[in-house]
Design a protein around this ligand. Sequence first.
Ligand SMILES: Cc1cc2nc3c(=O)[nH]c(=O)nc-3n(C[C@H](O)[C@H](O)[C@H](O)COP(=O)(O)OP(=O)(O)OC[C@H]3O[C@@H](n4cnc5c(N)ncnc54)[C@H](O)[C@@H]3O)c2cc1C
Length: 320
Amino acid sequence: MAGILVIAEAQEGALAPISAELLGAARKLAGEGAGNVTALVAGSEALAKELIALGADAAIAATNAALADGTADAYVPAVEAAISQSGADIILLGQTSLGRDLGPALAFKLNTAVAMDCVDVKAEGGKLKATRSAYGGNARAEVSFKNSPAIATIKAKSFDGLAPDAGRSGAVSTIDAAGTPRVKVLATTKAESTGVRIEDAPVVVAGGRGLGDQSAFGMLEELANLLKGATGASRAACDLGWYPPSQQVGLTGKTVSPNLYIAIAISGASQHMAGMAGSKNIIAINKDADANMVKVSKFAIIEDYKKVVPALIEEIKKLG
Ligand SMILES: Cc1cc2nc3c(=O)[nH]c(=O)nc-3n(C[C@H](O)[C@H](O)[C@H](O)COP(=O)(O)OP(=O)(O)OC[C@H]3O[C@@H](n4cnc5c(N)ncnc54)[C@H](O)[C@@H]3O)c2cc1C
């Protein structure tokens, strides 16, 4: 057996961003000799075809309606059927509400192990090695697997998805297997958010404890809006009640990898860095030239943010 099986996800009839990211991880593994990439998605064959365009060599639509609620009970038989169809010995899932449940359930059923919340994967000799944060983000642990298949859940934004290529071809098939859910989903509520999602924003303007009070976030939001970005916060700022926890960046918050991350009055603790170190360009605005965020930044402004941010807003407004 060899190959990679990606458990893709869809929301409201469209592929969720994690699906492309998982395929990005799987293509990396395939490039390192881990075999072909098969992707499974609950839904229609049309949805499965999109997975081919995003990098799968073959795609399977799991059409049984029992999968619609996203319970592990319903998914396990469908994934087992996909494993025997594909011959995969590596299973990748998202660190999502589905993956958090399904990863351990599959590991138990298949008498193997799961590495949760991985930030990197590689194949060595065709075998999976997965990297996870350890010691509260201060270290990284690389784990390997004794049993097969090797199962890993991948943290959002750890991998870039590939651009869809309609010219790619691959076999699309369906399976009908599903288990009986023991959990009944009574309702789902969409998290309220306005503007661009922080995970998808090309620019993130984030504020920390050094802002001194909640009202400063208004200024950060203005800057973020001008740059068509999203506003984030450190855990210290969220814990103080200055900004919603849904916008927290870091080990216990969101992972972001924008083109530009502007860190305002954030010291750059390892747990914060765990969520934004993948940013393409970091600008630090900090009073302390020795702050870690200043050290990792491409550009730093060593000054009180109260002087810098209004001036920045004014200059950007002049650009129209
Ligand atoms: C298990 C665990 C998980 C954690 N998860 C997360 C997480 O997900 N995300 C996260 O962010 N943290 C997390 N933390 C907390 C983390 O360790 C830090 O405590 C936190 O990130 C610090 O936030 P901060 O940088 O806003 O505050 P501080 O460390 O207090 O830094 C404030 C900064 O503001 C600067 N400053 C002060 N005044 C001004 C001014 N007027 N102008 C400009 N600069 C100024 C200071 O020089 C300083 O660098 C976690 C901790 C643990 C133990």
